[in-house]
Design a protein around this ligand. Structure first.
Ligand code: PFF
Length: 448
C-alpha cells in the first residue's frame, strides 16, 4: 500500500504549495510585462479555463488510477510501445525545470541575506538593477544559492511525503499571501503605478499574437505544475473518495489569484519606477525592494518577503523532487534516502550551467538568451506543452474517455451528463485541447 495523504486539507495545501511558487511571483509578472500586459492576462485566463483545469483533472485522475509514478503510470494503463513511454517526457521536464528553478530560488535566498544586512536599501531602481546583475554574474554566489536551496529541498523530501510536505505547506502559504497584500496596498499608492495597473488589466485584443498565446500556454503549464507528472504523482497518493474536479478548481483558482496579485504589484511598480518592460528575470528583484524601500524599515520587509518567497519556492521544489524520487524508488528499488540524494545530485549538475549563465558562461547565447533563459523558454514553450499534449491525447484516445470519466466520477458523482463541464468533457479532451495546443505550438513556434 502506498503512502496516502493524511487529510484532505493536507493534499490541497501541498498541491497549492506545488502550484504557487516562483512561477506566480517571479515568472508571471515578467512574462506578462514582456507579452503585452492585459493582452497576455486575457489569453492566460482563457487557457486556464479550457486547458489548465482539465489537464489538472486528468493528471490527478491518471495518478489515482495507476497508483504509481509518472513513468510507470502509462506502462500500467497500456502496453502500446509508444504510449506506454510518454511519462518519460514528464520526468525529463521535471529534471530540467527544477535545474533552473533552483538557481532562481537560490537568488531569492541570497536576497534574503543581502536584505538582512542592509545591502538592498538602495533608493534608485537602477542601482538595484545593477546590484542584481552583479550578483547573478558572480559564479560562486549563484552556485552557493543553488546548493543551499537544493540542500533544503533534499532534507524535506527525505522525511517522506505526508509528513514532510504537509507540515511544510501549512504555514508558508498564508504568510506569503499576507505579505503580498501589504505590498499591493503600498504599490498602488505610488505615483504612476495606476497607469501600470490599467495596462495590466485591460484586455487589448489587438495585441494578442500567436507568440503571446504560446507563452500563455507555457505559463499555465508551468504555474499549475502540469506536464511534469507532479500532480500525477500527488494523485497517486489520493484516496478513491476524493473529489478530483472540485479540488482541481480550488487549486487552480488559488494559483491564478496569487499570480494576479503578484502581477498587480510588480507591473504597477515597473511603471512607477520607469523600468523597461523587457527587464527580464531581474524584474521582481528590483521592484520588490524598491517598493519596500519607500516604507520605514524597508530592508526588514524585503528580507521577510524573500524568506517567505524562498518557502513558497521550496514547497514547489519538493514536489519536483518528489516526482524524481518516486520514480527512482519504484524503478531502481532504492531506499528513499538514496533515491532522493541521487535525484538531487542530478539536478545540481544540470543546474550548474544555469547558475553560471550570467557569469563565466555569458558568451553562450541563442537568440539573445543565455543558458538559463534558454532552458526556461525551452521547457515552458516546448517540453511542457508537448508533455501535456501527449497526456491529453493518451486520455482521450488511448486510455479512453469513458474509462477516464468513470474514474473521475468516483468521489465526484456530480461529474455526469447533467453537469455542463462533464458533458463538454469528451469534446474538450479528444479535440479541443489537443488541437489548440498543437495549433499554437506549431504556428507560435514558427513565428518565433
Ligand atoms: N508551479 C510552480 C510555480 O509556479 O512556481 C513551479 C513548478 C513546480 C513547476 C513544480 C513545475 C513543477 F513540477
Amino acid at each position: 500500500m502506498r503512502d496516502q495523504w493524511n487529510s484532505r486539507i493536507g493534499f490541497i495545501l501541498a498541491s497549492i504549495g506545488s502550484a504557487v511558487g516562483l512561477g506566480n511571483i517571479w515568472r508571471f509578472p515578467t512574462v506578462t510585462a514582456e507579452n503585452g500586459g492585459g493582452a497576455f492576462l486575457f489569453v492566460y485566463l482563457i487557457v486556464v479555463l479550457i486547458i489548465g483545469v482539465p489537464v489538472m483533472i486528468i493528471e490527478l485522475t491518471l495518478g489515482r488510477k495507476s497508483q504509481t509514478n509518472v513513468v510507470s503510470t502509462f506502462d500500467t494503463l497500456t502496453n502500446h510501445p509508444f504510449w506506454s513511454k510518454i511519462g518519460f517526457i514528464g520526468l525529463i521536464s521535471a529534471l530540467v525545470v527544477l535545474s533552473f528553478y533552483a538557481v532562481i530560488a537560490g537568488w531569492v535566498i541570497l536576497y534574503f541575506f543581502f536584505a538582512l544586512v542592509g545591502r538592498l536599501s538602495l533608493t534608485s531602481a537602477n542601482d538595484l538593477l545593477v546590484f542584481f546583475d552583479t550578483m547573478i554574474a558572480h559564479p560562486y554566489l549563484s552556485t552557493l544559492g543553488l546548493i543551499i536551496f537544493l540542500t533544503f529541498t533534499l532534507l524535506i523530501v527525505m522525511t517522506g511525503v505526508s509528513k514532510g510536505i504537509e507540515r511544510f505547506s501549512k504555514f508558508s502559504m498564508p504568510s506569503v499571501i499576507i505579505l503580498l497584500i501589504i505590498l499591493f496596498a503600498r504599490t498602488i499608492t505610488l505615483e504612476g503605478s495606476f497607469e501600470g495597473l490599467i495596462w495590466f488589466l485591460s484586455p487589448r485584443l489587438e495585441d494578442v499574437t500567436l507568440s503571446v498565446a504560446l507563452n500563455a500556454i507555457g505559463q499555465v503549464f508551468f504555474s499549475f505544475s502540469l506536464g511534469m507528472g507532479i500532480l500525477l504523482t500527488y494523485g497517486s497518493y489520493l484516496a478513491k473518495d476524493t473529489n478530483i474536479p472540485s479540488n482541481s478548481l480550488i487549486i487552480s483558482i488559488s494559483d491564478v489569484l496569487v499570480a494576479i496579485l503578484a502581477g498587480a504589484i510588480v507591473i504597477p511598480a515597473l511603471f512607477a519606477f520607469n523600468l523597461e518592460l523587457e527587464t527580464g528575470p531581474g524584474l521582481i528583484f528590483v521592484t520588490i525592494p524598491a517598493v519596500f524601500n519607500t516604507l520605514p524599515l524597508g530592508s526588514l520587509w524585503t528580507s521577510v518577503f524573500f524568506l517567505l518567497l524562498a518557502f513558497a519556492a521550496l514547497t514547489s521544489s519538493v514536489s519536483f523532487l518528489e516526482v524524481l524520487t518516486a520514480y527512482t524508488v519504484d524503478k531502481f528499488k532504492q531506499p528513499r534516502k538514496n533515491a532522493t540524494i541521487l535525484a538531487t545530485f542530478s539536478v545540481f549538475i544540470l543546474g550548474l550551467p544555469s547558475a553560471l549563465a550570467a557569469g563565466p558562461l555569458d558568451f553562450f547565447t541563442v537568440r539573445g538568451m543565455n543558458f538559463l533563459d534558454l532552458v526556461d523558454t525551452f521547457s515552458s514553450t516546448v517540453l511542457l506543452p508537448l508533455s501535456g499534449l501527449l497526456i491529453v491525447l493518451f486520455t482521450g484516445w488511448v486510455w479512453g474517455n469513458k474509462t477516464a470519466i468513470k474514474e473521475i466520477q468516483q468521489g465526484a458523482p456530480a461529474f455526469n451528463e447533467e453537469n455542463l463541464i462533464a458533458s463538454l468533457w469528451s469534446i474538450l479532451v479528444k479535440y479541443l485541447i489537443p488541437l489548440a495546443i498543437l495549433y499554437i505550438f506549431i504556428t507560435g513556434f514558427l513565428a518565433g
